[in-house]
Design a protein around this ligand. Structure first.
Ligand code: ZN
Length: 161
């Protein structure tokens, strides 16, 4: 009898959910460098990045002009806040990126088809009454409801995350 897996039989290999070799290498490299990309993005998003100029002192040293003396002054990078200025643009990007990990991404649903509008004498009378009463002439609610139902029908057969 030949060695190896029979049809449908699974021998060895990595378990489902286990990172492949390339991913595992990257995870180990980041750990070695104490670099956590998720934590980094979270700190950027929340604006909690220590000032890289004064290193949390709020002040920097400078040579007093015309002397050999060294003075201290307010950090001109963070102005004493001790934190880097993170632009709202970058913060927004980080929040958006993190949201992808925290919440499953929703897919856009394309709705196709046509909506048939028939004007009966009754519906024209109703439209006239509505116009006189200052109400919307077309009742869009049933149309919107049908579009929602069509979208739900299109979504149901697929159950992938
Ligand atoms: Zn500073």
């Amino acid at each position: 009898m030949p060695a190896g897996a029979r049809p449908g039989e699974r021998l060895g290999g990595r378990q489902k959910g286990t990172p492949n070799k390339a991913s595992q290498d990257i995870i180990e490299k980041l750990a070695r460098l104490s670099c956590d990309p998720i934590e980094g993005m979270a700190l950027l998003a929340s604006g909690k990045v220590p000032c890289g100029v004064c290193h949390g002192r709020g002040k920097t040293r400078y040579r007093i002009p015309g002397t050999d003396k060294v003075g201290e002054r307010l950090c001109e990078s963070c102005y004493g806040t001790l934190m880097e200025h993170i632009s709202p643009d970058l913060r927004g990007k980080m929040y958006a990126e993190l949201a992808n990990y925290a919440f499953p991404k929703r897919r856009a649903i394309e709705v196709s088809g046509s909506i048939e509008l028939t004007a009966t004498l009754e519906s024209r009378l109703l439209a006239g009454r509505r116009r006189l009463a200052g109400q919307p002439v077309i009742d869009v609610q049933p149309v919107v409801q049908r579009a929602i139902e069509a979208a739900e029908d299109a979504e149901e057969p697929k159950s992938e995350g």
